[in-house]
Design a protein around this ligand. Structure first.
Ligand SMILES: Nc1ncnc2c1ncn2[C@@H]1O[C@H](COP(=O)(O)OP(=O)(O)OP(=O)(O)O)[C@@H](O)[C@H]1O
Ligand SMILES: [Mg+2]
Length: 260
């Protein structure tokens, strides 16, 4: 257990969406957890359980109706520069080459300098796309595009990386190599990561902790520490401990969905 002050504190957060007429729809209730500096935390849960809503609240895109989120003890709005989000699709601008897409956050911050451009190239290098800096997104595969979008999220040195099913649209083999890539990037850059996925093995393999979100309304029903050795390897997946943790999470989600 780390004793360092948390990077993110989610305190009793709830969210009720209110339609223009009619009753509100409460999709999150009583969410309460901390994320330590450099910690990798996965979130799994049923579809519609409120995971994207939770990430949007932490990123400042959406305002929670109950509780509070603190980033290093400050409100989310004051911490926006420390947070980057990777969405399910890569959302690259087709008229910009890959390097220019990665540099977008630096343009917003008016920090286009030889140093920041060099760092953007370094990141593309890191994800194996060093020779694709001047190419356009339509010249890349889906997995390559997603790697570009991860570089774009990292280029501003965000302290916190929020990832909402970033590999959901990828085929199994590309997804597998992206998991290794992400573990390597995380080990090299030591960001705090909050990673939403529908794949329980992926959640367990990547994370220091897995938060299980139960639905109606969404709340954290389990917070499981994953004490598997780092770096995780292919062999990790064939260990008994790994299989047991995956089975535990499956059971928790199955019970929630009323199918076991
Ligand atoms: N802008 C909105 N207005 C009203 N209701 C919303 C809005 N966005 C999401 N919801 C509702 O909130 C609930 C949670 O949605 P959310 O997208 O957070 O779930 P999720 O866990 O990310 O699901 P999935 O795994 O399918 O991505 C759903 O019932 C959804 O209909
Ligand atoms: Mg979602």
């Amino acid at each position: 257990m780390t004793t360092e002050a948390p990077v993110i504190s989610v305190r009793d957060v709830g969210m009720t969406y209110t339609a223009r007429r009619g009753a509100g729809n409460t999709v999150l209730r009583g969410c309460d957890f901390d994320i330590a500096p450099g910690e990798f935390v996965s979130i799994v849960g049923q579809s519609g359980g409120g995971k994207t809503t939770l990430l949007k609240i932490i990123s400042g895109l959406l305002e929670n109706t109950e509780g509070e989120v603190l980033v290093r003890g400050r409100g989310v709005k004051e911490a926006l520069r420390d947070i980057a989000m990777v969405f399910q699709g890569p959302v690259l601008l087709p008229w910009r080459n890959n390097l220019a897409n990665v540099m977008l956050p630096m343009e917003f911050r008016k920090r286009v300098t030889p140093e920041t451009r060099a760092y953007a190239r370094e990141l593309l290098e890191l994800v194996g796309l060093g020779d694709k800096a001047e190419s356009y997104s339509y010249e890349l595969s889906g997995g390559m595009q997603q790697r570009v979008s991860i570089c774009r999220a990292l280029v501003s040195h965000p302290e916190i990386l929020l990832m909402d099913e970033p590999f959901g649209a990828l085929d199994a083999m590309t997804r597998d190599s992206m998991n290794f890539e992400l573990q390597r990037i995380w080990q090299e850059t030591k960001r705090s990561v909050l990673f939403v996925t529908h794949s329980i093995p992926e959640a367990v393999w990547l994370a220091d902790r897995v938060l299980v979100v139960g639905d109606r309304p969404g709340r954290i029903i389990a917070d499981i520490r994953i004490d598997l050795a780092r770096p995780r390897t292919k062999e990790t997946r064939y260990t008994d401990t790994f299989a047991e943790i995956v089975a535990d999470v499956e059971q928790l989600l199955g019970v929630e969905a009323g199918i076991s």
